[in-house]
Every structure is written in C-alpha cells, then in structure tokens.
Design a protein around this ligand. Structure first.
Ligand code: AMP
Ligand code: GLY
Length: 467
C-alpha cells in the first residue's frame, strides 16, 4: 500500500497556510512547511513560541471556539487555502469542522473523528466491535461498580481517564489498592477534571511499545515511518509518565521484521478502524496515530491519537524529504477552483511519492525542573544557537519565551515557559550517529535544573543498521 507514483507540483500553486498550536510539534511543522515551494504566507496562532515566530505571521484575532467566526473571517480575508491543526483539543472541539470551507482544506480530523482520542471509552467500544486487537477492559461511570470490578481482578489493571488529559490521564498501578486509589482520584476527586468522570479499566499488557502514525485521506492509508517514544521521565523507563521525553525514527519494531509487522498493523489495526468509522458515517482525514504494545500475541492498541505525536512529529519532519504541504493537501482534500489558491486539480494521497531521508533521526527533549508536575518558568536558557549550528541538528522550541525585560541579555532573553522546553533533533546515517549528534547538541544547551533522558535510542543504536 505504499504509493510510489511521482507527482510534480506546479510552482505557481502557492497556498496560504494557517497553523494552529504552539509547541515543538508545530515549530517542526512550520520549519518543514517553510521549505516548501508551495507555501505562500504562513500564519500561526501562537507566535509566543519564538521558533514559530521566526517563521510565521501572527494571527491578529482570538483563536478559540467561542469566537470562531473571527477566525473564519480571518481565513477568508487572508485567502487561507490550508489550515493545519496540531493539538488534539481544538480538533476535539470541532475547529476542523468550523474552518472547512469551499476552497479551504483542513489538515486534521473533524470532531466526530477526533473522538477516537477524546473519548477512550467510545474508542474501545468501536475497536472491540471491529475486532481490532486491544487491551481487554471495561468502561465505568460509577465508582462503586469500577471498584468492584478492579477488586475481582487477579492483577492490577491500568486505569485511564476517558477524556483528554495531555497524555497524563493514564495510571499504571502496581497493586489493586493503587488501582482503587487511581479510580478515587479520577472519579471522586475529579483530579483530571471532566476527563475522569468516565474511566477505562483494562488489562496491563507487557511488551515493547511503538507509535505507528499514518496519513489518512478518508479512504487511503499511508503509513509514516514508525517511531519509538519514551514516555517515562527517567532513564530506563523510570519515574512518572510524561508527554514524551524523546523519540527515534525508524524505531520500535523488531529488527528484521519491520515490513511484515507494519503490514500486519495496517491490515489488522488501521484498516478495520477506518472501516468501523465509516460504518458510523465518519470520514477520517488527518493523522491517525496508533499507540501499540507488541505483545507475544501480536500488536495491540493502547490508544489512538487524532494528530501527530509530540515529539514523534519532530522526528518525522527531520526525515521527511517530500513536500509536506503537498502531503497535507492530499490528506485533507481540497476543492477544485479554490478561492484560497489551494491545489487544483485535487491530488490524492495515493498519487504522491513520499520520500524519507535514509538513516535515522533522534529527538532529545529538554524539560524544565519540576516537570511533569510543576515545571518552573522564567529560567534563562543559553547555548541554543551554538547547538543548532552542529551538523544535522535542529532545535525546536516547545516551551520557551523571549522575556522582554531581559531581551538585551546574551541569550536573547530566552527563558523556560513550559514543561517540555526544547526538542533537540538530529539526523544521521545510522541511529548511533543521529543520537550522538542530538546529545552533543543537547549538552551545549543550559538552564537551571535541566532534565533530559540520556538513553533515547541507546539500546537500538547498538544495532548498526535498522532497516
Ligand atoms: P496512553 O496515553 O494510553 O498511551 O498511555 C500512556 C502510557 O501508559 C503508554 O505509553 C503505556 O506505557 C502505558 N499504558 C497504557 N495502557 C497500557 C496497558 N493496557 N498496559 C500497559 N501499559 C499501558
Ligand atoms: N508522544 C506521545 C503523544 O504525542 O501522545
């Protein structure tokens, strides 16, 4: 299912793009889009991120669902032909639905499709009905019923808030008591807000994890290169879960079996999921991201996300050689004769020749002290420019700001402003080279209390060639 037919865009088909989201993922997307001959003007919702600010023009209206008409008018006025929505919250809230218009494509699923991520209980039911391999479990809205269920299990199950929690709504308890305590935190204390009113309780799976992301244009599925995320804060998978502390790509699969395993994941997981959505009358367009556990019984879905992973996206953008705007337009679908100057005639996903830089990429996340609970903001950062000058290296801004008061200082006033602060990325001919470069760059960047894992890709890098 890997399309190989070449498509040559006409240089004249330029498109103005609106980018929603302000983290490292969106900086990486902005960076890749800026290299496309198809890009007209790039507007961005979050230019507080200095990386995005260096590439895009700020949107001068509020960006939220309550006043979405103002963003619609903005898109009309600025001839936006493509809207790219990075994070899950606006997708789940229906921003793609609201901004779709004749001649304007939106990269990112409509709310009904984003439910795959935003409502884990619904997702599990859908997957079960479609015989997609998943962790066995049940959903609950009643604490007592959930507690009784947990107490009858032999092994402590995994407890998940059904709604969106920025990747932090999953608890993997080590005892039944801990599992009950997790239910109490979610369902009674509402520590995860509304997202925890419904919980999913499921069997704990063992194996290695892999993120398989695909572009989906409603019908066609194009698998992106597999990535290996590192969710725990500390080396050797210790400490609390985070949004992701590092990624390598390609990665996460059993060496030598990659293609067979990917084909299996496509036919047993992604295709039946897409079919199940279509039976519900839901068309999926955008990134479909399956978080999988490779168990002895085969790959099983831990979760679906409706967007690019962060920092998986950064690892992918480092290696993508094809035109990202072409790919996004093909995924999103565009109407011919567009007012926004978007592609005409329409190009389909299966007509694009997708090329990847051979070798590997590696992303090392630098996090603020206190992350993931209480990251400290306002700490001066140095060394970014020096790091970015190393061969094969890019540094994406995730949680940084320029502080006006210190703008004259040697670091340009750059300070921490979020949990995950910077994504230090590198490409290499081998994973070993990519990770050496990323770590050499990461070591040049300093801020008080910097947290970073030192083992991203370490085990896999001992294998000289991955694919
Ligand atoms: P999620 O946000 O659902 O990907 O969960 C975050 C992390 O929790 C995953 O990356 C896994 O490491 C872990 N996890 C989630 N579900 C399970 C499960 N059923 N069994 C074992 N670990 C799990
Ligand atoms: N890196 C994991 C995620 O984006 O959900």
């Amino acid at each position: 299912m890997r399309p190989r037919r070449a498509y040559h865009p006409r240089m004249s088909d330029r498109v103005n793009v609106l980018l929603i989201g302000g983290g490292g993922r969106e900086h990486a997307l902005a960076w890749r889009m800026s290299q496309s001959p198809r890009l007209g003007r790039l507007f961005a919702s979050d230019t507080q991120n200095p990386g995005i600010a260096s590439l895009a023009t700020p949107v001068d209206v509020p960006v939220n669902m309550r006043e979405i008409y103002r963003l619609q008018i903005f898109c009309d006025k600025n001839n936006i032909g493509l809207v790219v929505i990075g994070p899950e919250e606006p997708l789940a809230a229906g921003m793609a639905d609201a901004l779709l218009a004749p001649g304007r494509a939106v990269f990112g699923p409509i709310a009904a499709a984003a439910r795959l991520e935003a409502d884990k209980a619904w997702c599990k039911q859908l997957l079960r009905g479609a015989s997609v391999p998943i962790a066995e479990g049940r959903s609950f809205t009643d604490f007592t019923a959930a507690k009784t269920y947990v107490e009858t299990r032999e092994e402590p199950p995994v407890v998940k808030a059904s709604g969106l929690c920025k990747g932090k709504g999953v608890i993997v308890p080590s005892s039944i008591d801990e599992a009950v305590a997790a239910l109490d935190r979610m369902m009674n204390r509402l520590e995860f807000g509304e997202a925890g009113r419904t919980v999913v309780v499921e069997e704990r799976l063992e194996g290695s994890e892999v993120s398989v992301l695909a572009l989906v244009d409603g019908r066609n599925i194009y698998l992106l290169e597999p990535c290996q995320d590192h969710k725990r804060l500390g080396d050797h998978d210790t400490g609390p879960n985070t949004g992701g502390m590092g990624v390598f790509c390609p990665g996460g699969l059993v060496e030598g079996r990659d293609d067979a395993l990917l084909a299996q994941i496509q036919s047993e997981v992604l295709v039946p999921t897409l079919d199940a959505l279509r039976r519900e009358g839901i068309e999926y367009r955008g990134v479909m991201y399956a978080g999988l556990m490779l168990t002895p019984a085969g790959p099983k879905v831990l979760e679906y996300n409706c967007r690019f992973g962060d920092p998986e996206c950064q690892a992918l953008m480092m290696r993508l050689e094809s035109d990202v705007i072409e790919l996004m337009l093909a995924t999103a679908g565009t109407s011919p004769g567009s007012a926004g100057g978007a592609a005409s005639p329409r190009v389909r996903l299966d007509e694009i020749d997708v090329r990847w830089r051979p070798g590997a990429s590696c992303v090392v996340v630098l996090a603020a002290p206190g992350y993931p609970d209480k990251p400290r903001a306002g700490l001066p950062i140095t060394g970014v420019d020096q790091a970015a000058r190393l061969p094969g290296v890019q540094v994406f801004h995730a949680g940084t700001r320029i502080e006006a008061a210190s703008a004259g200082e040697a670091n340009g006033g750059l300070v921490t402003a979020g949990g995950r602060v910077l994504n230090v990325c590198a490409v290499g001919d081998t994973l070993a080279q990519a990770r050496e470069r990323a770590y050499a760059a990461a070591r040049l960047i300093h801020f008080e209390g910097k947290q970073m894992r030192t083992d991203i890709g370490a085990a896999a890098a001992r294998v000289p060639t991955l694919r």
